[in-house]
Design a protein around this ligand. Structure first.
Ligand code: ADP
Ligand code: MG
Length: 706
């Protein structure tokens, strides 16, 4: 039995009542496998005693004596305070809502205490602590809730939890489940790898991950799971690459042998500029792929403004030249619409039949459009997720382009590809995928990079400004507006009472109020519009169009303008509360300007209270204009654990591994996986049988469509 096959209901775990079953369900835990795979987010190390004096180490386990206790009046409530000490110093325990501790922590007795301390009101205090009697009491006392005091001195797991369950409940549940179910679990890695790496068996690794006997054992358990996860990721990626290569011979379209097709040549002649070197070589790669017998799987990366759209149109033309259909999919209606307009402008004169399809298109027109698509009377369709909805049928779709691919999930990618037969796939992104991540989910894709911007672009001047200096920024923008230029103002929130977690963010500027203020006080008599995700799509389109043609001078927005919008006359990008945006988002936003001939400016306005670290982060934007460098910096600054991208829909959510932190392990897992697949593609060798069984009986990542 493999771990993922433990699909028996969690209700089978001994001692689990209906209330807790419900709480578990709230966390998405329904079966035993899910419970056991609910990995700790941290561990409490109570395995050795730390003197109180060293409280700065975090949560510590100390051996203390109780001196005395007293009741204090705090406002209307009486709270128990217990004074303690060890040989290094003294401290107090503030027992909020725990009056019963008066009878449990007795003066003159000694206790093992686990908690975090800090200096407050001139004394060392803790209000978050657990304890066990020390000395003779230890042998006979039993805690009522199922964890015995001998567990107190362990390294204990700390789980991510929701209401209704305590850490102790969870510890008991997991430990019971492990006792009931773990022993017969099969290993999921080939023995040779387990031996070479010194990994634990599945059952032991699980036990050690939840309840390690010591830190060393915990580390080995973590390594075992991290490697296993990355190994299977790479096996799946590797198999996909193999499968693609195995579809050889189905495509016969080799007429042009990698050279531009007639339609491509006509477009290249028509556009008023020449392709940049990066665009040329990307096109070259694409043409070669499309003429090869294998379906293309290419990722086109290029910084904002590098001209990926044109490359995608050229790719579409090649598909159309061979008599097939092409689809270009964008994540927002706004962007899809912009693409459709450009396509109409550039391609319709070549006789290409272009269509635009989104979820918003009304029934009558929609039915007509669907008929044309199915009949092959449309050559190129541009749109949103609607492009792969059930009712959409293509006559012969052979190229799928996914713009801003990181905004789409793996399943969505699969769904649009399934609309054709062995479609060529071109994914585009301006959000650079750090090299480390590129090896994971995209490990079977070929990559083209456009690293140069079209000529004549002046680098954008970036400035940092404190919020209290906003007037200077506004004055600057006023000057630019007077020159006939346009400006963006971006805010982190749509409206004033929006919440971030639990706290209303009253001190934050929001797009709605600022639009009103800018229009009334700062730039009176200047046409200004507000755009954000809650505005209806038709209206958004009108607003953008009015900004594009220059009727609207100022666009106040949230990060909806982040993606793809192209208005060359806009020269100012003002981002207020810049500290609340990720660096990659800032880079994308900044890329909305600097698209024309004129010098452009980006102002990052930050809160006066911003810490030095926060400022340091923003300075990365001053010093760098390369999106790849910024993305790598972003990763470094955020540190492992909060890696950009791993939670985005286009990437994959990993359980324990972190492809950046575990880059070294990833590359080992990748080498192992690819070596195995190359030598034994069908996984028929005895030593690889386990891999085959895992993929057949309990495939990892199947929930994300990998
Ligand atoms: P992105 O890569 O961010 O999607 P776009 O495709 O929106 O960039 O292109 C940005 C702008 O650059 C567009 O206005 C486009 O017409 C223009 N452009 C594209 N290629 C070239 C080129 N070779 N020379 C000059 N301008 C170009
Ligand atoms: Mg684009």
């Amino acid at each position: 039995m493999f771990l993922r096959e433990l699909t028996v209901s969690a209700g089978n775990i001994k001692g689990l009542g209906p209330a807790k079953i419900k709480s578990l369900a709230n966390m998405g835990i329904y079966n035993v496998a899910q419970l056991i795979c609910h990995y700790p987010r941290d561990w409490e190390d109570r395995s050795h005693i730390v003197p109180l004096r060293d409280f700065e180490k975090g949560r510590i386990c100390s051996l203390v004596s109780v001196i005395r206790s007293e009741w204090r009046q705090f406002g209307k409530t009486r709270t128990l305070k217990i004074y303690i000490s060890d040989e290094t110093t003294s401290a107090s325990l503030v027992c909020f809502n725990r009056p019963f501790l008066e009878k449990q922590l007795l003066p003159g007795r000694r206790y093992y205490l686990y908690g975090s301390f800090s200096y407050k009101y001139g004394e060392l205090q803790s209000s978050s602590f657990e304890f066990e009697p020390a000395g003779p009491v230890l042998q006979d006392a039993r805690r009522g809730d199922g964890v015995s005091e001998k567990d107190f001195f362990r390294i204990l797991p700390i789980y991510p939890l929701k209401a209704g369950l305590t850490q102790n409940h969870m510890r008991v549940l997991v430990s019971t489940a492990l006792r009931q179910y773990a022993a017969p679990l099969e290993n999921e890695l080939p023995d040779s790898i387990i031996k070479r790496e010194g990994f634990l068996s599945k059952a032991n690794a699980l036990q050690a991950l939840h309840f390690p006997e010591n830190i060393e054992q915990l580390e080995i358990a973590k390594k075992t799971f991290i490697y296993e996860e990355l190994f299977y990721l790479e096996i799946i990626v590797g198999k996909r690459a193999l499968e693609r290569k195995n579809t050889a011979g189905v495509k016969i379209d080799r007429e042009y042998n990698g050279k531009p097709s007639p339609l491509q040549q006509r477009l290249i002649e028509r556009i008023p500029f020449t392709l940049t070197g990066g665009q040329e070589s990307a096109l070259d790669d694409i043409n070669r792929d499309m003429d090869s017998p294998y379906p293309m799987a290419r990722l086109l990366q290029g910084d904002v403004g590098s001209g990926k759209t044109l490359v995608s149109f050229l790719a579409a033309l090649k598909a159309i030249d061979s008599g097939a259909q092409a689809a270009i999919m964008a994540p927002t209606e706004l962007l899809a619409h912009q693409h459709a307009e450009n396509a109409a402008r550039l391609l319709e004169p070549l006789g290409i039949r272009v269509a635009f399809l989104t979820g918003n298109i009304k029934t009558a027109g929609r039915n007509q459009l669907l008929k044309s698509l199915a009949a092959g009377n449309v050559d190129l369709v541009l749109g949103t997720h609607a492009l792969f909805s059930k009712s959409v049928v293509y006559k012969n779709l052979s190229l799928v382009v996914i713009d801003e691919q990181h905004r789409f999930g793996v399943t969505q990618r699969q769904a649009i590809l399934a609309k054709g037969d062995r479609c060529d796939l071109l994914m585009m992104s301006a959000t650079p995928i750090p090299r480390t991540l590129a090896l994971t989910v995209f490990g079977d894709m070929d990559v083209s990079v456009i690293s140069s911007l079209p000529p004549g672009r002046k680098p954008i001047e970036t400035h940092l400004a404190k919020q209290s200096n906003e007037k200077k920024v506004y004055d600057f923008v006023r000057y630019e507006l007077a020159q006939g230029r346009q400006a963006y103002f971006v805010y982190p929130l749509i409206e004033a009472d929006e919440c971030d977690g639990e706290l209303p963010l009253r001190s934050l500027k929001d797009a709605e109020s600022m639009a009103a203020r800018l229009a009334k006080e700062v730039f009176p008599n200047t046409p200004l519009a507000l755009i954000h995700s809650k505005i209806a799509e038709d209206q958004k389109k009108q607003i953008m169009e009015s900004f594009r043609v220059g009727d609207t001078k100022i666009l106040v927005a949230t990060s909806v303008v982040e993606v793809g919008v192209d208005v060359p006359n806009a020269t100012c990008m003002v981002i207020e509360h810049a500290e609340r945006f990720g660096l990659s988002a800032l880079h994308q936003l900044r890329g909305r300007v600097g698209r024309g001939e004129a010098q452009s400016f980006c102002f990052l306005v930050y809160s006066d209270e911003l810490t030095e670290d926060g400022k340091q982060r923003l300075r990365v934007m001053l010093e760098n204009s390369d999106g790849f460098v910024i993305a790598e910096e972003d990763l470094k600054l955020r540190g492992p654990g909060q890696i950009a991208g791993t939670e985005q829909s286009g990437y994959i959510k990993l359980g324990v591994a972190d492809p950046v932190r575990d880059a070294e392990c990833l590359s080992r897992a990748r080498t192992d996986a690819f070596t195995i697949l190359e030598a034994d593609p069908a996984l028929n060798l005895a030593e690889n049988a386990v891999i085959k069984s895992v993929l057949r009986r309990a495939p990892p990542f199947s929930d994300v469509g990998l």
